[in-house]
Design a protein around this ligand. Structure first.
Ligand code: GTP
Ligand code: MG
Length: 460
């Protein structure tokens, strides 16, 4: 990996500026083949100081007027000597500059190659390197906030709080195993089991946020439910801001669940519109009845798989048994209640047992109350823990899997520490450290690394 790589780090197309980066031992020499400045060669430049100059191609034609900065190894993003150029945006400046650098001896960087070098040079662990990709790919404000915390090392710190004590415990258990071979079997002292219990507890708190982390990345699943014709599809469209689902005055319009991604108050959500719930026996007989019954079964499935429910009621109609049935189902999940059609004269009277759910008055038709509903849904789908900047939520499925394996191994080691031979305890601790190492990258296979860095953009 000692060759010098170059890439354009900004997206193609018209923009004010573009960034082209070089990293590797020959970065300065290659840059000086292209860059000219009144203040002299970059080889003589003060590191981390901007130089103003011009770039030239091999035909002696000027490419652009630009700025260059030199970063000396190891104090750079990659840990290698780097030169970063800021030239003008557009279709030509950066590509021509890159071509000149390649002609000057650099190699075109692959996806994520700068970050891969940063990882290989010990500038960041794997969890942080992956978080860089998550920052770039974040699809919501919340996902971005959680990824950014990991870039600055919140997860890495949380994990080293687990791994460091485990390493100490492993060293002690191994020493005792060696010693026992000389003097005969000896039980492990109680502080080993206690230390393992502490490590398990620390990991458990890291994992606790995993479910929330997954929602932040993939979107929480929110099912809109209610009896037929209350305006679920209308409200679904109002929340989306587009006419996605079919709306009609006939009850039983929605048959199949329709889902769309949307951000509610910065929280990514998969919104699911469902078929109206009614007693299967109440479905009017006719050629469409079997389809509606299938739709109702599908609604129950969607609700079971949802993180939360939005129960929709029709404020302009009387409370019915079908509302009561929908209510009972919806409240098996965290649930927000919307009183829709509040633009019409209010008729509904909620049973006293339902009033404390604090229903929100909305109108899918006029849009009244929809902003407040969005905020209430966002609040219901997150929790205070996402607001605490010190909390690192594990958002990555690969991390969650490895950490769960580490958790099991630590618990196993804790049980073994009470009565099993020291070798068994040491073996389980090693399994746990190995699993933690898959997240930090200490124990990541080249194959895994290749897959992870392939997710990145070229130039990062
Ligand atoms: N006045 C008024 N009418 C509404 C409002 N929301 C929906 N409607 C009307 O109520 C009827 C049913 O709306 P839908 O959105 O199809 O209701 P749904 O709950 O999806 O119905 P199903 O799919 O059959 O379960 C339509 O005629 C809508 O125009 C509202 O806020 N105010
Ligand atoms: Mg509908």
């Amino acid at each position: 990996m000692n060759d010098t790589i170059a890439a354009i780090s900004t997206p193609p197309g018209r923009s004010a500026l573009a960034v082209v980066r070089l990293s590797g031992a020959d970065a300065i020499a290659i840059a000086d083949r292209v860059f000219r400045a009144p203040s002299g060669a970059l080889a003589k430049a003060v590191p981390r100081t901007l130089r103003h100059g011009t770039a030239w191609d091999s035909d002696g034609d000027v490419i652009d007027e630009l700025l260059a900065v030199v970063l000396l190894a190891p104090a750079s993003y990659t840990g290698e000597t780097m030169v970063e150029f800021t030239c003008h945006g557009g279709d030509w400046s950066a590509p021509r500059l890159l071509a000149a650098l390649l002609a000057g001896g650099a190699r075109a960087a692959g996806p994520g190659e700068f970050t891969e070098r940063a990882f290989l040079n010990g500038r960041m662990d794997l969890a942080r390197a992956e978080a860089v990709a998550d920052v770039i790919h974040a699809e919501s404000a919340l996902a971005h906030r959680l990824a950014a915390r990991q870039v600055v090392g919140a997860l890495s710190t949380g994990l080293s709080n687990v791994a460091e004590p485990l390493r100490d415990l492993l060293a002690e258990v191994e020493a005792r195993v060696d010693f026992a071979e000389d003097v005969g079997e000896a039980a492990l002292p109680a502080h080993i089991a206690e230390g393992l219990a502490r490590a398990a507890g620390a990991l458990r708190s890291v994992l606790q946020g995993a479910d929330l982390g997954r929602r932040a990345r993939e979107g929480a699943r929110l099912a809109l439910v209610g009896r037929p014709n209350v305006g679920k599809s209308s409200l679904f469209n109002a929340l989306l801001g587009e006419e996605r689902a079919l709306v009609a005055a006939v009850p039983g319009t929605t048959r199949d669940a329709v889902s769309e991604r949307v951000a509610l108050g910065g929280v990514p959500v998969r919104l699911i519109d469902t078929a109206g719930l009614r007693e299967l026996a109440a479905v009017p007989e006719g050629e469409h009845a079997p389809v509606e019954r299938m739709g109702i079964a599908r609604t129950r499935e969607e609700l079971a798989g949802a993180d939360a429910a939005l129960l929709v009621l029709d404020a302009s109609a009387a409370w019915t048994d079908a509302d009561a049935a929908a209510w009972a189902l919806a409240f098996e999940k965290p649930c927000v209640v919307a009183l829709n059609k509040s633009d019409l004269a209010a008729v509904i009277v909620l049973p006293s047992s339902c009033v404390q759910a604090a229903p929100l008055r909305v109108s899918a038709h006029t849009g009244d109350g929809v902003a407040a509903l969005r905020a209430a849904l966002a609040a219901a789908l997150t929790s205070r823990s996402t607001d605490d900047p010190a909390v690192a939520l594990v958002t990555n499925a690969r991390h969650i899997d490895a950490l769960r394996r580490a958790q099991l191994a630590i618990e196993e080691a804790g049980r073994a520490a009470c009565d099993a031979p020291g070798e068994i305890v040491a073996g389980e601790i090693r399994v746990a450290l190995e699993a933690l190492g898959e997240v930090t990258g200490e124990a990541a296979s080249p194959d895994l690394l290749a897959r992870i860095f392939a997710r990145f953009c070229i130039g990062k």
